[in-house]
Design a protein around this ligand. Sequence first.
Ligand code: HEC
Length: 423
Amino acid sequence: MNSWKTVCRAAVMVLFISCLLSLALRVAAHEPITTKVRFNKEVVRILARSCLSCHRPGGIAPFSLATYDEARPWAKAIKEEMLERRMPVWHVVKGYGEFRNAPRLTQREIELLVNWVEGGAPRGEEKDYPSTPVYTDDWALGKPDAVLALSQEQKVAADTDEVRTFSLPTNFKEERWLRALDVRPTNGAVVLSATLYMERTSSSSAAATAAVTNAAPSDSGLAFATWMPGQQVIALPDGVARLIPAYSRLVVKIHYRGNGEAATDRSAVGLYFAKTPPRKVVRDVAITDAAAVIPAGPTAHPLKASFTITEDSEAIAIRPFENSLMISFQASAFLPDGSERVLIWSRGNKYDWQPTYYFKSGVRLPKGTHIEVTAYFDNSDDNQNNPHDPAKALRWSEITHEPLCDLMIATSRRASTESVSLK
Ligand code: HEC
């Protein structure tokens, strides 16, 4: 009797253990799916809107998230980036400057992504994947009115890291009014940024755009636009445009960085024109301290610069020049009525990403408004982003890796008769 009982008990134990084992094995083989959120349905559509401008084959991010097989290995990392609000890349501190091109995800989108990861990151049905392309290399605003391409294909070696300057003739016989601009590399993986300048030739008209600057760092004029892969392309508000004098040249500085293998690129700049002369013209205000020096050592060295607005205007866009030593950057406007307005406060800047920020609505800058800029730099050996080891004192330089305290504000002002010549 006793021995029968023992056999019985042993059998039950064996059954129980094997049950446990098979359950454990099943769990190891397949994470249980506990979510209704599917990659092919909700997730890919969120990624398409907010992530694939960079995370695509040949994009600036080191990996693509366009398909389930590409995104699945990154599921845990995506959850972490979402919870820490680190992606999409955006340096402006919430509440300090409202921008049209802020790529923030809604709370619901963040929840959907996190829910998808926590629920086992399921693929979903093939038929639910969007039938239209989830990203495109086409011009974001449609066919440009004019396209200026580099005259030659550029060779970009595996270890290239340099800024190359190109001067492209517009050959416009008459002045034009620019509403928007886009850059299309043929190889987006090696173009880190493009900076654009306007250069008058002796035959270009002397009208209008005299740039306002208190300490022009070079005679090459002001950069009037920067372009970064993944940056949303934004047109100027209705009735506002930028003058391109007749016969001027477009100077393009492209930062090429090899991505481990020999590559080529032949970028082109697309220009979109206003159909009618604008009510307001764009003037660039550069606020910089050309003599600034950042000594080696301090972990929070401040640099300051300021400027007083000489004509009633409105700020349309703002571009702090960010670099790898910068900890934070703040610009405030002190209006003649005594009020203060923070134009921008950005933190955690990375040299690789310094977009132009477009204000949601124009910020009024009456004549006499004083703009103050304060930026903090960590030029210590402890800063892992410091390109110099040991740290060394740095001053203003054209070399893009060098730090400086520099801000460009695109403002709009009423077009005066001499600046809008109607033809
Ligand atoms: C403007 C370009 C850009 C956009 C938009 C962008 N990313 Fe990224 N992402 C990058 C770059 C560049 C890296 C490489 C890491 C770095 O250098 O900071 C990266 C890295 C990552 C990583 C890896 C982080 C790690 O653990 O190393 C994840 C995950 C990620 N991105 C997810 C996303 C998601 C999700 C979105 C959209 C919600 C998104 N990214 C939008 C540029 C972008």
